[in-house]
Design a protein around this ligand. Structure first.
Ligand SMILES: C=C1C[C@]23C[C@@]1(O)CC[C@H]2[C@@]12CC[C@H](O)[C@@](C)(C(=O)O1)[C@H]2[C@@H]3C(=O)O
Ligand SMILES: O=C(O)CCC(=O)C(=O)O
Ligand SMILES: [Fe+2]
Length: 342
């Protein structure tokens, strides 16, 4: 099978884990079949052109759409976002070529600060499995030539893509911050291109079992994420009104979602919504996520100190807690760990 050549660790390790829990397969199949029948929803669509309009009314209206979607959905799509189609396509082409390299090479190359990961190696049961491979890149080293080795042609496009996404992410974040009544904050200084992360995802077609997720349900641990999802192959689902809904791919649009840090800072006004990726039996899927993050030393406080739901914490503390929980429980706990009464 071609799949076994391309994805030896996924196939070998996951098959073993799945065999150990055969009993649950029928049940899981039912669950996933049902999920494939989910209706695809149209996320709120924001024309970002309004944000840069000379007309104040248009700017205000665009900002209010962003804030409304962030509070009601935690997710929205943007068009006229200012990122050229040419750059998006060039980055995607490089991503596809990079993932086509043999598994051993991706592991051993030390590429992009050793950021290559496949699946979830700490999984102890099928529901913790993610059928994906990713370069989860800390952007500190993005300009560093030594990070690219024989993949030197990647450097230019990665830098260009990260700079463009950083600008866009900050423009959206500024709208959300101003709406919270915060005029000037340390946020602007503590959040720059080198504190952010970029994640190149590939979800191979998955012939093994419908029980496996592409990416397990999670919330993002950042301020906000800009996702360039596959133009044609869907799979992203999010929680809306306690139900999973599937996101219809829109080739013109980028997807934006609120992360845990904005939810904490806004005292739960903006929602960091759980999402996941469902695998496809026949076709592979690619996506690129840009995570807007502050430096590890940055404090995340609440905009309403007196009635704050969460205690103050640093981003570094937050990340360490997630890593510890993933190790101990197999999954992220996230914001509930930081509720004041705990
Ligand atoms: C096993 C895990 C790693 C992860 C947290 C999780 O429990 C589930 C999803 C993973 C993910 C995906 C998006 C982001 O890349 C990330 C930082 C996050 O918040 O959730 C990662 C987590 C991680 O890699 O630590
Ligand atoms: O691939 C996708 O559509 C979602 C990716 C994602 O949620 C992530 O990388 O955090
Ligand atoms: Fe995510």
């Amino acid at each position: 099978m071609i799949e076994s050549k391309q994805n030896p660790p996924l196939l070998h390790d996951y098959t073993q884990l799945l065999q150990q829990s055969r009993d649950s397969v029928d049940h899981a199949k039912q669950r996933v079949d049902y999920e494939h029948e989910l209706e695809e929803c149209d996320l709120p669509l924001v024309d970002l052109g309004g944000l840069w309009s000379v007309n104040e009314e248009e700017r205000v209206s665009c900002a209010s759409e962003i804030c409304k979607a962030s509070a009601e959905w935690g997710f929205f799509q943007i068009v006229n976002h200012g990122i050229s189609l040419e750059l998006l396509r060039r980055m995607r082409k490089m991503q596809v070529e990079l993932f086509k390299e043999p598994f051993e090479k991706k592991v051993a190359s030390g590429l992009l600060d050793n950021s290559y990961r496949w699946g979830n190696q700490t999984a102890t049961c099928p529901k913790q499995l993610s059928w994906c491979e990713a370069f989860h890149v800390p952007l500190t080293k993005i300009s560093d030539e030594t990070c690219y080795g024989e993949f030197s042609s990647l450097r230019e496009v990665m830098q260009e893509y990260a700079s463009a996404m950083q600008e866009l992410a900050k423009s959206i974040a500024r709208v959300l911050v101003m709406n919270m009544g915060v005029q000037r904050s340390m946020w602007e200084d503590n959040c720059n291109e080198s504190t952010c992360f970029m994640r190149l995802n590939r979800y191979p077609s998955c012939p093994v079992s419908p029980e496996v997720f592409g990416l397990v349900p999670h919330t993002d641990s950042d301020f906000l994420t800009i996702l360039h999802q596959d133009e044609h192959v869907g799979g992203l689902q999010l929680m809306k009104d306690s139900k999973w809904v599937a996101v219809k791919p829109n080739p013109e649009a980028l997807v934006v979602n609120i992360g845990d840090l904005f939810q904490a800072w806004s005292n739960d006004v903006y929602k960091s919504v759980e999402h996941k990726v469902i695998v496809n039996r026949e076709v592979e899927r690619h996506s690129i996520a840009y995570f807007l993050c502050p430096s590890y030393e940055s404090f995340i406080g609440c905009c309403e100190e007196e009635s704050s739901i969460y205690r103050r914490f640093t981003f570094g503390e937050y990340r360490r807690q997630i890593q510890q929980d993933v190790k101990v429980y197999g999954h992220k706990v996230g914001l509930p760990r930081f509720i004041v009464s705990n």
